[in-house]
Design a binder for this molecule. Structure first.
Ligand SMILES: Nc1ncnc2c1ncn2[C@@H]1O[C@H](COP(=O)(O)OP(=O)(O)OP(=O)(O)O)[C@@H](O)[C@H]1O
Ligand SMILES: [Mg+2]
Length: 384
């Protein structure tokens, strides 16, 4: 995702307005998004100084998020001035620390029992097989794994262009081994990280260890484990080693199924120490769908929708080369809207025709640029 200052301003504006109206739930959601946006802008900053400034704004927003939590729970404190950006809008605000210091991990760690499995994911057969080998078979056959000295558990990195099914795959892994899925978004994690970073990483892994089999999923992991540089924020200087330590501490010989799955669109931005064997046991490229996978994607996303006889899935499959799974899902949804809207306007309720789908393909070019793919292929080859 490419974020802009306009997006940031919009989100921040909505968040602050909701905050001032006392709608803390909505405020929190906008402010977390705004903070996440600012964190991305910090990453893209041209100078260390700009980066520090952006990180500072993100940190202030995160404090405001905590204020939302505290205010929603009652006992609203004084209305803080919203954080600004550069010289624009809002002044420096009084620091409003959470008095108790400690947060209850249960309010930010989301547990889930995903219901999607490998069969729901189109294509990616190599990826599934690699995951089965490294992550699923050792748990399904612990005795054999012990006999052959095959390690269990560990970390896996899923990387590749947006919309190719990485998040789906992480959930499906949990489903396949009937594990509890522990998920936190970077924004949630960051919001808890300011000032108490390491403890929260520890809490996340402790919670997962207490409920094995479990899968800990960190999406957009490059935001949490970026390459450490001399000008990295102090939060990152502490957090990266903590995550590495947690990964090294995994019991790879035992039967306590604890898996760590990280996903990223920018694997080259990850701290190199994270990529070494022993931390990430497998690094798996999740590419754009090939022709059979595109066919399956069309089937998945047109199932349950009326299709005209002229719809030729094979021909569509060829036209959709270079499109991601998410792109294809979107095209199917948009194509279905055409006859739907006509019918709503009083027309005849006709099935989705080839022309509807082709028009949507033409209107929605692939979200991934071919030059991006070269970058992933280079990483797959060189690990850099
Ligand atoms: N291989 C696939 N099989 C079935 N559906 C898919 C596949 N790839 C993508 N999709 C569809 O696209 C949506 C987005 O996929 P998902 O969120 O898993 O992508 P992602 O790789 O995690 O993207 P990002 O890098 O942007 O986080 C899914 O909800 C799903 O409907
Ligand atoms: Mg994802």
């Amino acid at each position: 995702m490419t974020v802009s200052f306009d997006t940031f301003d919009r989100l921040k504006g909505k968040g602050v307005a909701a905050y001032q109206n006392g709608d803390y739930l909505a405020a929190k959601s906008y402010l977390v998004d705004a903070a996440e946006c600012m964190i991305e802008l910090a990453e893209a900053a041209k100078t260390p100084e700009a980066r520090r400034q952006h990180e500072q704004i993100a940190a202030e927003l995160i404090e405001l998020v905590r204020d939302c939590d505290a205010s929603a729970a009652g006992g609203r404190r004084g209305k803080p001035a919203p954080p600004g950006r550069g010289g624009k809008g809002g002044g420096p605000r009084q620091s409003a620390k959470v008095e108790e210091g400690e947060t209850d991990a249960s309010d930010w760690i989301v547990r889930d029992k995903p219901t999607i499995g490998f069969d729901d994911i189109a294509g990616l057969d190599d990826v599934k097989e690699e995951i089965r080998l490294k992550m699923i078979y050792p748990f399904a056959h612990p005795e054999l794994a012990r006999q052959y000295g095959i390690s269990t558990g560990g970390g896996i990195l899923l990387y590749g262009p947006p919309g190719t099914g990485k998040t789906m795959m992480a959930k499906a892994i949990a489903h396949e081994i009937d594990a509890t899925f522990f998920v936190v978004s970077p924004a949630q994690v960051m919001s808890k990280w300011v000032g108490e970073a390491e403890q929260n990483i520890r809490k996340l892994f402790e919670a997962a260890k207490a409920e094995t089999p479990s899968v800990v999923f960190l999406d957009e992991i490059e935001a949490l484990v970026p390459k450490r540089q001399s000008d990295s924020s102090t939060v990152m200087q502490r957090v990266v080693p903590q995550i590495l330590q947690e990964l090294e501490g995994f019991d790879r010989g035992g039967e306590r199924a604890l898996l760590f799955v990280g996903a990223t669109n920018k694997p080259w931005m990850l701290d190199e120490a994270m990529l070494r064997p022993g931390r990430m046991d497998a690094k798996v490229y999740v590419p754009l769908p090939d022709a059979p996978a595109r066919y399956k994607l069309l089937e998945i996303h047109f199932t349950g929708r009326p299709l005209a006889d002229d719809v030729d899935l094979g021909a569509l499959c060829d036209r959709l080369e270079g499109f991601s799974g998410a792109d294809i899902k979107n095209i199917a949804q948009q194509a279905a809207q055409r006859p739907f809207l006509e019918a709503v306007a009083g027309g005849e309720a006709r099935p989705i025709a080839m022309k509807d789908i082709v028009a949507e393909i033409e209107a929605n070019p692939p979200s991934v640029h071919p030059s991006d793919l070269t970058r992933y292929e280079k990483f797959a080859e060189t690990g850099k």
